[in-house]
Design a protein around this ligand. Structure first.
Ligand code: PMP
Length: 404
């Protein structure tokens, strides 16, 4: 069992009030709050070890480099990658997907090739592929989402043909909470010799991830959704792919030799890390991963599953409330609407009662279209949320619904 009382002490923001009410923060799928140890790591980095990494001969630069590279190894072990060379630091999930679409797609796709996405993708896993369409006339094929929020696996199988070059799907939906059978998705794609990128933005904070066991070709996530800082994220890629892919951006760090006639590139992972990296951010990310490991991913999952079940039960008792996403495998996210009350109105009124939820299309407009809606209210849980907070949330929602 997680000791949430103790854990909440690690997150000072949770004890603040909004509009004079205790804050109930249920917008964790957008971003999580940060524990003291992560914020301290950032402060300590700037106060004690700040120096630009790599190539520095002086003491501080060496210390900063060591911390930055230790962070890379921490990420490697956290997601069970085979080598630190397979861990590329990016600004986040979005940049990681853009990197793969641009570099892999630009190098290996030809006009007429096809990329399979799903109907539940975040815009960050749709638009980079559309941008690539300006360079290559690729076709996007879409796995439909079933009524319960699961992927239509039969339809997925039938999308493969001799032009299929890539599959890019999320591990867990930020709207429906659906946890996709990614190992199966990868297995099917590999039978067609097609590589797969998994968008782990929502899964990494909630589930143990082993990229080798999943046999993922690429796996991406953002630090800020797993109690780490904003502006840093991870692209995992199999060395066999990263080694063949051209650089995404040019600049410092990613070169071996530069002349006006000819430039050669650095080895992995630096080939994909142009410019001064966010070395303070990477060490803070490592600290966040350490925090999660200490709490225990299986204990976190158990706690969040309890909150999910409890909240679902309580919400369904509200007349006219519909939950979008009832997959058998589901993470701690609940999207819903109540009758024809506008999601925005519910969100705004909940806010006045101290409850922070997200409203809108959640950067998944095609999925909204699939369900014939403009948006939903979304409550999403993290390791520090409590049963009492859910009671406050549900009571507040009942008050809001009664106003209409
Ligand atoms: N994919 C999914 C499934 C997400 O939930 C998000 C964030 N909402 C992203 C991608 C984009 O992440 P970021 O904004 O951190 O790059």
């Amino acid at each position: 069992m997680l000791n949430t009382e103790q854990i909440r002490k690690d997150f000072p923001i949770l004890s603040r009030t909004v509009y004079g009410k205790p804050l109930v923060y249920l917008d964790n799928a957008a971003t999580t709050q940060k524990p003291v140890c992560v914020v301290d790591k950032i402060t300590e980095g700037y106060y004690h070890t700040n120096a630009n990494v790599h190539r520095g001969v002086h003491f501080l630069s060496q210390e900063a480099t060591d911390a930055h590279e230790a962070a890379r190894r921490k990420v490697q072990t956290f997601i069970h990658a085979a080598s630190p060379a397979e861990i590329i630091f990016t600004r986040g999930t979005t940049e990681a997907i853009n990197l793969v679409a641009s570099s892999f797609g630009g190098a290996f796709f030809e006009d007429g090739d096809e990329v399979i996405l799903s109907e539940m993708e975040h815009h960050a896993n749709i638009v980079p592929w559309q941008l690539l369409q300006h360079r290559r006339k690729i076709k996007l094929r879409v796995i439909p989402v079933l009524e319960n929020g699961e992927l239509d696996m039969e339809a997925y199988r039938s999308l493969f043909n001799e032009r299929t070059r890539f599959v890019s799907v999320c591990h867990m939906s930020n709207v429906l909470g659906t946890v996709n059978p990614v190992k199966e998705l990868v297995g099917i794609a590999h039978r067609h010799q097609v590589p797969v990128l998994i968008d782990g933005a929502q899964s990494v904070p909630h589930l143990p991830v082993d990229v080798q066991s999943l046999d993922a070709d690429f796996y991406v996530f953002s630090a800020h959704k797993i109690y780490g800082p904003t502006g840093i994220g991870v692209l995992y890629g199999k060395e066999k792919w990263l080694g063949q892919m051209p650089p995404y951006q040019g600049g410092g760090e990613m070169i071996a030799h530069v002349s006006f006639e000819h430039t050669t590139y650095n080895e992995l992972p630096y080939k994909f890390e142009a410019g001064t990296p966010d070395y303070i951010g990477t060490t803070a990310l490592a600290e966040a991963l350490g925090y999660v490991s200490a709490a225990g991913l299986s204990r976190i999952a158990e706690h969040e599953q309890f909150l999910l079940r409890y909240a679902t039960e309580q919400l369904l008792a509200i007349d006219g409330l519909r939950i979008y996403g009832t997959a058998r495998e589901k993470g701690a996210v609940i999207s819903f609407n109540v009758k024809d009350i506008h999601h925005y109105d519910m969100g705004m009124l909940l806010d006045k009662l101290g409850v922070a939820v997200r409203t809108g299309h959640h950067c998944a407009q095609p999925l909204m279209r699939r369900f014939g809606i403009e948006g939903t209210v979304r409550a999403s849980f993290a390791l520090y949320n409590t049963q009492e907070e859910i009671d406050v949330f549900v009571a507040a929602l009942k008050r809001v619904v009664a106003m209409f």
